[in-house]
Write a new protein. Structure first.
Length: 530
């Protein structure tokens, strides 16, 4: 038991990142858009037939046009508008829903070839349940700081047919294009993005209750396998049975941050029939799931100082009942607290409030505003008070100190190219530039800044426990870049003939007179025909 618990704790620490290294800005035009300090002005134009359609059925997309103007951050610094492009427009929201006569929130779709910032979809939240208008930006920043894949954000002042609709959060929509930027190609027929909301959980018979946002609607074998594993009985332990289907290291971080930011309307904290809510399940080609947050507008509120060791959601409650997973969760709380505490969120809160103030003043002139300037300022102060109090509350749960996460390892899709030579940082001791399966070996490009002993161990998680895919060692007599071939085991190759495999590769380097270093990389390997 202790060995398996230690293995999961190591996974929590070593995999303190839940997504591949972000694509370079040149490969991701949306990176320029999704900056917390950015405010754009967006104009939507809707013909009367579209307005009538949205009033009759707010969830049905209607045709319109979209145009965007960047600003210098102030209403007096609005730049030139882009040429209008066609867009499909619908309203959005549950408790935050507002009709077109109010401060409506919108989802947009763009056709290929007419996509601003190469976006397939866009989501504009109205922030009506967040008087401060900072909660979502702060919450997603906290998730990202803790290594949880989370949407990026910016702000937009919205006008529809020339009328002011006020400040909106421009939040990155998790479609297949956005997923590719984080996890690599979204091309396997077995991959999905499921949306969990309004009480939908991984309970027996519930696979059909999840909304399929990406992937094949009729094929839900990956989700059914996860549900079966979650509800299974052992031996072996629950963590071991679930590990092939759920990235528990990432999920424990997700739940730890939900608790920290006070996400009472998320996965791990709700008690009502409408919860769990506001989460996504993303499966990679091997059928292994990560959990992604959504709907964080009610975080950081005075009444949401959630208990770290209690909650709901089947995955979370099973985790707390399992010694290995419970220990990993406590480690995630400690590391999340450390990461969030050093992420500068109070500065982000005060800076965002100052950035939005002139736009909020402009919104006051519109009949669609829902909060006075005093209510906004009071809620910003309450948000910052929550931020200030939370580290001590986390330490009280832990009975000790928050910890700092290790330097995030490189995590990239199989076969990713190395960084450009001009962008390569100085080599301190160890850098893994690339890793992929070549023939019967795992081939890694490695840069070393000293002489020493290099070793590598790759593993896969199965229902019956961890299987070693390969082991290799090499003595290095000088600083250099080299290629290391790690021979793959017969057990790994047999499984590779049947399915895609997700391999965790730990590369270690020990140099005389220096502390040992290790880099962890996740590689997804396509199924190989016999």
């Amino acid at each position: 038991m202790r060995g398996r618990a230690n293995a999961l704790l190591i996974a929590v620490a070593a995999l303190w990142v839940a997504a591949p290294v972000a694509a370079a800005a040149a490969d991701d035009p949306a990176a320029a858009l999704y900056q917390p300090g950015r405010v754009d002005v967006i104009e939507l134009n809707l013909p009367q037939a579209s307005i009538d359609g949205l009033e009759a059925d707010p969830d049905a997309y209607q045709p319109g046009t979209f145009s965007l103007a960047p600003t210098d951050g102030t209403p007096s610094g609005i730049g030139a508008f882009s040429a209008p492009v066609k867009a499909e427009v619908r309203l959005k929201g549950d408790a935050s829903f507002r009709p077109l006569s109010g401060k409506a929130a919108f989802k947009l779709k763009f056709k290929k070839g007419e996509r601003p910032f190469e976006l397939k979809k866009m989501t504009l939240n109205n922030m009506v349940e967040d008087p401060s208008m900072t909660h979502e930006t702060l919450a997603y920043a906290a998730f990202r700081a803790a290594g949880v894949p989370a949407p990026r954000t910016s702000f937009a002042y919205l006008r529809v047919n020339g009328e002011d609709f006020g400040l909106h959060l421009d939040i990155e929509t998790l479609d297949d294009l956005a997923l590719e930027k984080r996890f690599g190609p979204f091309e396997s027929k077995t991959q999905h993005l499921y949306e969990g909301e309004n009480g939908v959980d991984v309970s027996p018979g519930a696979a059909g209750d999840f909304e399929v946002d990406e992937g094949e609607e009729a094929s839900r074998g990956d989700l059914e396998a996860l549900i079966g594993a979650v509800g299974s009985s052992g031996p072996p332990s629950w963590s071991t049975r679930v590990a092939p289907f759920a990235d528990l290291a990432e999920m424990t971080r997700m739940w730890a941050v939900e608790k920290y930011v006070g996400q009472r309307d998320g996965y791990a904290s709700g008690e009502s029939p409408f919860q769990p809510n506001n989460y996504y399940l993303y499966s990679d080609p091997t059928g292994k799931f990560q959990m992604i947050p959504w709907g964080t507008d009610e975080t950081w509120q005075a009444g949401n100082h959630l208990a770290f060791g209690q909650g709901h959601g089947l995955l979370f409650t099973h985790c707390l009942a399992d010694a290995e997973c419970a220990a990993a969760y406590r480690e995630s709380v400690a590391a999340s607290c450390g990461a969030i505490g050093t992420a500068g969120l109070d500065g982000l809160a005060s800076g965002t409030a100052a950035l939005l103030a002139p736009w909020q003043q402009l919104e006051q002139a519109s009949s669609r505003h829902e909060y006075s300037l005093k209510e906004i300022a009071d809620d910003v102060a309450a948000t910052r008070a929550f931020l200030a109090a939370r580290p001590a509350e986390a330490r009280a749960y832990l009975g000790g100190q928050c910890t700092s996460p290790p330097t995030p390892p490189v995590v990239a899709p199989a076969g990713s190219p190395p960084p450009a030579a001009s962008a390569k940082p100085p080599i301190a001791a160890l850098a893994v530039l690339r890793a992929k399966v070549a023939g019967r070996a795992l081939r890694s490009g490695i840069a070393l800044g000293a002489a020493g002993t290099l070793s590598q161990r790759a593993t896969i998680a199965t229902r019956d426990g961890t299987i070693v895919a390969c082991r290799a060692t090499a003595e290095v007599d000088r600083p250099q870049e080299l290629t290391l071939d790690c021979p793959l085991s017969a057990a790994f190759l047999r499984r590779l003939r049947a399915r895609w495999l997700r391999v965790t590769v730990v590369t270690s380097f020990a140099s005389p007179g220096a502390d040992p270093e290790a880099v962890t990389r996740a590689v997804v390997v396509p199924r190989r025909s016999p």
